[in-house]
Design a binder for this molecule. Structure first.
Ligand code: T4K
Length: 370
């Protein structure tokens, strides 16, 4: 007998009853988009929840990164980034008009290694675009030291970092800007959506303007903007999701701890997600299956698939393997040994807030088979 499928992610949905009052407001006001009342409420509520002052809602994380780069003036030159990410990270750099330069990652965090970033700097380098992969904070001090000494901007791709804290404050408070994704598969979703966290009000307003075709004061157009507006339906979902988020985060922590308890002591297998750490969101549960492990990544991936369990090899292939990037000098795999090894060993196990114990046991059982 085939069990029902278990996917790597399953979107959180707030109870319909919690969304309906917001939808009624939309139906009453007929404001569907363009800086509507729910969007404004969602922005204020989210800024407070996340512990940041200035935030701009956008249609998705990819456009958010493009706008942040554009606002920071990074529309040419080189931007140093990680090959171990979703392809949107590099695409956003290209769409903004700059060229990605890839640097290797740190084996412990799987995030950009500041020393490798420094080694990749050239006279054309304008910025660093690190990713807090799987919600684990980057070495922000190390990266910011490199940026300061070399006069570079830092825009963080914080697509995975909803609610993540470091040293008692939001990780989103680092760098020149940070960009969140609220895609369906994320810890917090608005179906599609994202946000740019800005250091001051002027930057926030500039992002809002760029997200609305560059229109200033409802009349003039100062810059070439785009349509990256979040509509009222997404804001309604976001407001309702916010009522549930603590439950969701707590449930994810329990699931992560349970994986850790069962898989944490297996020879050659490393659980990457920190457990028992306050301020982490348990975005995913990545494991690394090293050469000494009883099972290799491809065998386990196939074994799980045969059982209707759809784990994911995030992030394999590396971005540097994809056609738009694989001819860049920095895409040479010999320059990226840690990222290359990680991409071959990584498997993200299903992780979502209502993953029940019986389903989790089925997954763990497959991993343990010798
Ligand atoms: N930077 C980073 C580091 C990112 O990871 C991402 C997005 C971005 C930037 C860009 O942010 P956005 O522009 O997306 O806001 C998914 C997502 O589409 C993407 O948002 C995400 N990263 C990436 C890591 O994963 P896929 O192609 O792997 O997703 P998909 O459709 O295969 O979904 C995964 C599983 O989730 C499926 O097996 C089924 C389940 N699922 C998915 C959806 C969409 C559901 O059960 N319901 C759903 O509605 O890219």
């Amino acid at each position: 007998m085939k069990w029902p499928p278990i996917h790597v992610a399953r979107p959180n949905l707030p109870p319909l009853a919690q969304v309906l009052p917001f939808l009624e407001e939309i139906w009453d006001s007929r404001m569907l988009s363009n800086n509507g009342p729910l969007l404004n409420r969602f922005e204020s509520a989210l800024a407070e929840y996340l512990g940041v002052e200035h935030i701009s809602m956008v249609a998705n994380g990819t456009l958010g990164i493009v706008l942040a780069l554009k606002q920071a003036g990074i529309t040419s030159g080189e931007v140093i980034t990680t090959p171990f990410s979703f392809v949107a990270t590099a695409h956003a750099i290209k769409l903004a008009g700059a060229t990605p330069v890839f640097a290797d990652i740190d084996p412990s965090t799987l995030n950009l290694d500041p020393a490798q970033v420094e080694a990749a700097i050239t006279p054309q380098t304008r910025a660093i675009l690190p990713v807090h992969v799987f919600g684990t904070p980057c070495d922000v001090e190390g990266l910011e030291d490199v940026a300061t000494r070399n006069g570079l901007k830092i825009i963080y791709d914080a697509a995975h970092s909803f609610g993540v804290h470091r040293d008692g404050q939001s990780v989103l408070r680092h760098g020149d800007m940070s960009v969140l994704s609220f895609h369906a598969t994320k810890v917090f979703n608005t179906f599609e959506g994202g946000a740019v966290v800005a250091p001051d009000r002027a930057t926030k307003l500039a992002i809002d303007q760029l997200a609305n075709f560059g229109i200033a004061d409802g009349l003039g157009v100062d810059d070439i903007g785009i349509n990256a507006k979040m509509h009222e339906f997404s804001a309604a979902v976001g407001l309702a999701q916010l009522c549930e988020i603590e439950t969701v985060l707590d449930a994810r922590a329990v699931i992560a701890q349970r994986y850790q308890d069962h898989l944490g002591d297996i020879h050659g297998l490393r659980c990457v997600s920190p457990t028992g750490v306050s301020g982490h969101n348990h975005y995913a549960f990545p494991i690394l299956l090293g050469p000494d492990c009883h099972v290799d990544r491809e065998t386990l991936f196939a074994r799980l698939s045969a059982e209707n369990i759809f784990a994911r090899r995030y992030f394999y292939p590396l971005i540097t393997n994809f056609a738009p990037y694989n001819t860049l000098p920095s895409a040479d795999p010999t320059l990226l040994p840690v990222a290359s090894r990680t991409a071959d060993e990584v498997l993200c196990l299903p992780m979502f807030f209502d993953l029940d114990e019986a389903s989790q046991d089925r997954i763990i059982e497959q991993v343990l088979i010798q």
